[in-house]
Design a protein around this ligand. Structure first.
Ligand code: PLP
Length: 402
């Protein structure tokens, strides 16, 4: 496909057609799953030429695979970047991207609130390699700039932030990064390219846990990083090739299938989440609702500017304490208690005891993740059914058993 053709411009169309590898042998509509570990060379010279990079062609599936390539090309087209690299998990993409760009003695500035394992990697593991970090309130641009030092190499953050839905201003962060010649690495998992394209705001490397909205069906673990051809080549030839968190062809195929419906799914997730956020906001037993789509949210002004809509995840607090939150969650009948997000099923979880248990209670307080915070990934069921389930569970929450 050619993205220069005007009828390939819209993201709904690109999600279906972009990056197609296809099937030159039989013309099948769906690209075949090239479930192979290795590729046969015609002769020794051809093998040598491929290893030397003098001839195009596949070598071994850790280094590249046609089905995985379709996903990479599709994601580059959706994020408006030159290229992309696929990984066996979102954390594979995060770790490979950061380690390809940091070495002993380097410093990074990172948001204090992050996906739990990204925080654990940066806060605990990087210290073993002599990589320094300063955690900042990413919404406070002067704090971000003040954290920049002589040896700072990059800024790492998410927006909206998992799990509390705080949003960062990409334009402001980009200005600081450009002024100090820093790389920006942004985790766009919560929005997907349908709602937010960070490259428009100067972000250099855009990461996704493909496990979430991109695949959307709760049956794959995968990750992606999108960026310039030079950066992607660098990541592929260093941390991807030699550390090996490669995506399997079968998983790439499932994610490509998921991407065909990405825009319709995401719009419905948003429709449902907006209804749920309104319901929760009006409920007497709900203490607080954190959803950027609400007028009361501090980042509401970013809707229409950096993000098209507010997405499908809502964070909230029930009135009362931790025990009330637990009683509420245990009464749910339709919503599943599970981590992950972006699936057809509504999933609900308690960050302090689940995804963000990698933080100490002090670190959670610092990052604005309260002990009573509940995160709901609003699914594709009928909004009335999800609301009905929350309503019956909230009613039962109030009946305290001695
Ligand atoms: C889930 C998630 C990750 C990690 O992705 P995996 O596919 O589980 O490795 C990273 N960032 C965010 C924002 C996530 O939600």
């Amino acid at each position: 496909m050619s993205s220069s053709k005007s009828h390939f411009n819209n993201i709904e169309t690109r999600a279906i057609h972009a990056g197609r590898v296809g099937d030159p042998s039989f013309g099948s509509l769906a690209t075949p799953i090239h479930q192979t570990s290795t590729f046969i060379f015609d002769n020794v010279q051809q093998g040598a030429n491929r290893f030397a990079g003098e001839e195009q062609g596949y070598i071994y599936s850790r280094l590249g695979n046609p089905t995985v390539r379709e996903l990479e090309q599709k994601m580059a087209a959706l994020e408006n970047t030159e290229d992309a690299a696929a990984f066996g998990s979102g954390m594979g993409a995060v770790s490979a991207t950061l380690l390809a760009n940091l070495k002993q003695g380097d410093h990074l500035v990172a948001s204090s609130a992050l996906y739990g394992c990204s925080f654990a990697l940066i806060n605990h593991k990087f210290a073993d390699f002599g990589i320094e970090v300063t955690f900042v309130d990413i919404t406070d641009l002067s704090e971000v700039e003040d954290a920049v030092k002589e040896n700072t190499k990059l800024i790492y953050f998410e927006t909206p932030i998992n799990p509390n839905m705080v949003c960062a201003d990409m334009e402001g962060i980009n200005q600081i990064a450009k002024k100090h010649d820093l790389l920006t690495v942004m985790d766009n998992t919560f929005m997907s390219p349908v709602l937010q394209q960070p490259s428009d705001f100067g972000m250099d490397l855009i990461i996704h846990s493909a496990t979430k909205y991109l695949n959307g069906h709760g049956d794959v673990i995968g990750g992606i990083v999108c960026g310039s051809a030079e950066q992607i080549e660098h990541i592929k030839m260093t941390t991807q090739k030699d550390m090996g968190a490669t995506m399997s062809p079968n998983d790439a195929w499932l994610i490509c299938r998921g991407l065909k419906t990405l825009s319709v799914r995401v719009e419905r997730h948003c429709d449902n989440a907006e209804k749920l956020a309104d319901y929760l906001s009006a409920h007497p037993d709900i203490e607080a609702v954190y959803y950027p789509g609400l007028k009361s949210h501090p980042a509401n002004h970013l809707i229409g500017k950096q993000m098209k809509r507010a997405g499908g995840v809502i964070a909230f607090e029930v009135s009362g304490g931790f025990d009330d939150a637990v009683r509420f969650m245990n009464q749910l009948e339709l919503c599943h208690i599970a981590v992950s997000l972006g699936d057809a099923e509504t999933l609900i979880q308690h960050p302090a005891s689940m995804t963000h248990s990698t933080y100490t209670p002090e670190e959670r307080a610092e990052a604005g993740i309260s002990e009573t915070l509940i995160r709901i990934s609003v699914g594709l069921e009928h909004a009335d059914d999800i609301i009905g389930d929350l309503e019956q569970a909230l009613q039962k929450m109030k009946i305290k058993v001695a």
